[in-house]
Design a protein around this ligand. Structure first.
Ligand code: GLP
Length: 243
């Protein structure tokens, strides 16, 4: 079930996401599912500002990230480990031992997937933050990913690598070809989900997620079966669902 919220601009979209986040972090031992990409950055900024201004504590918070590129060492400037530390973790008081991100620079990636899946299964995510790819991917679950997938190695679509080349000096060759991603099953297990999408280039994917046929062709359409998804959009990303 989707609760759709449409806002004028990205600042308002981020405030709305933060409003829901704040309810979750007030719980006793919150477990957050976190995403990278540009969509959640405004939310993370609000979490940091609130931590600095109001002293909101993250010492009892546990986090799980959706995905990580294969082949990038943790300290690479485009690894998701670096992204999360720079954009959130280094600026709040979450404990390093409570942070979970798949490791993409390991000898045995299959073993890493299994390890991550086993760990995930010991927890229940209270709030999962999601962005959406222009091809409808969530995490790095690309079109064609079975709905019963667990943590796995994903081959990135050309479209996704093109979209993400902006973070690699516009050099698509520099964008990794594979990633480790949480599967669709783990995302669906979250108690509550927020999807953040802004900009015209997300309008088709947003339409596919909400109004399209439920199909592996649009992985985000699996969310049609989740009982508690809030989709927060700007008017451009919402343009096709509103029509
Ligand atoms: C990336 C990430 C996703 C993210 C999506 C959209 O490749 N793996 O988790 O939601 O693509 O990114 P953005 O928010 O930058 O548009």
């Amino acid at each position: 079930m989707f609760n759709i919220i449409i806002k004028e601009n990205y600042a308002q979209v981020s405030s709305e996401a933060f409003r829901i986040m704040r309810e979750t972090i007030r719980k006793e031992n919150p477990v957050l599912g976190l995403a990278t990409g540009s969509s959640p950055i405004g939310l993370y900024k609000k979490m940091i500002a609130d931590h600095n201004t109001n002293g909101t504590s993250y010492k009892n918070v546990t986090t799980f990230n959706l995905d990580e590129y294969i082949g990038l060492p943790k300290n690479h400037d485009q690894s998701y480990w670096t992204f999360m530390h720079e954009n959130l973790f280094d600026n709040i008081n979450v404990k390093e031992e409570n942070i979970h991100i798949p490791e993409g620079d390991v000898e045995d990636e299959e073993a890493e997937c299994q390890k991550y899946e086993e760990l995930l299964n010991q927890y229940e995510i209270d709030l999962q933050i999601l962005g959406i790819g222009t091809d409808g991917h969530i995490g790095f679950n690309e079109p064609g990913t079975p709905f019963d997938s667990v943590t796995h190695i994903a081959e990135l679509e050309e479209q996704t690598r093109t979209d993400n080349a902006r973070f690699f000096d516009d050099d698509i060759e520099a964008v990794p070809t594979h990633a480790i991603t949480m599967g669709l099953v783990s995302i669906m297990r979250a108690k509550k989900i927020i999807v953040i999408a802004t900009g015209e280039n997300k309008a088709d994917a947003v339409y596919g997620m909400i109004k399209g046929e439920k199909s592996v062709d649009c992985p985000a359409s699996i969310l049609q079966d989740h009982p508690d998804v809030t989709v927060i959009l700007d008017t451009k990303a919402a343009s096709k669902v509103e029509a």
